[in-house]
Design a protein around this ligand. Sequence first.
Ligand SMILES: [Mn+2]
Length: 322
Amino acid sequence: MAFYDIFNGDADGICALHQLRLETPRAAQLVTGAKRDIRLLDRVEAAAGDELTVLDVSFDVNRQGVLRALQAGASVRYFDHHFAGEVPRHEALEANIDTTPDVCTSLIVDRTLNGRYRAWAVVAAFGDNLGASALRAAAPLGLAPHAAAQLRELGECINYNAYGDSVNDLHYHPGDLYRALAPYSDPFRFMSGEPVFDVLKQGMADDLYRASEARTFAQGAGHALIVLPAEAWSRRVSGILGNRLAQQHPERAHAVLTTRPHGGFVVSVRAPVANPGGADVLCRQFESGGGRAGAAGIDRLPASELDRFTRAFAAAYPGRAG
Ligand SMILES: [Mn+2]
């Protein structure tokens, strides 16, 4: 009989597992990856009697893997907040899925544990960019403002660590990052007791600095388009850069284009914070484009399509000056 702990490599996935294992310590095989590695059940060959804990990856994406494990006689405990589709009923499947927009997986786990490791759920909610939920969850802890700010920074740093094309781009393999914080029930002790937090904080600052020197073109009243080179730091920072720019220039739409190693770009578009909309419509004009109205992307934009994208982006967000 084997235990598997299967979790998204971002702050939400790591903190969800951390809470569960503080409550019920267990030596399990860790199955995780970069933030975009969500098809994690495919990596598990479960046998009868095995117990799988699955955290912060879409049930819809992993449905076949779950069914395979159940058919093999394993049991599955699932916590998540992403789109799930239809969840089957099975006596060996415990599904704790809540897709409410202001909830993350670590907050669902926190509910199950009656808030026993609340500070870690707060870290996760900040990491998942759910600031209001994080502060609400933090209220009973009575934290001083600077302490809440520290939990926010920790969440952002752990989340930042998960961005990359693969685990090779990351500062820490998420499994190692989890093992580093596993001994700590108190996130403040973790921050002062381990070098990890400072390494990530410095790494994020370095990456953002490099990005600030990257080429910006097609800048207008309503939009800015930034191209990052085909480097690991670009792939780590592209998501955070988009968020930062959106906060700094709420009236502007932003497109961050990360050059792919073999040509073309990964495109991430954020609509203006002050007037969110249209990002999905823009990106769907291109093959492999999709997303939501406020934030959308194109997985593979060929270099030959860069001009067309630049024109479509500028036309979609001309800004007030027109
Ligand atoms: Mn999450």
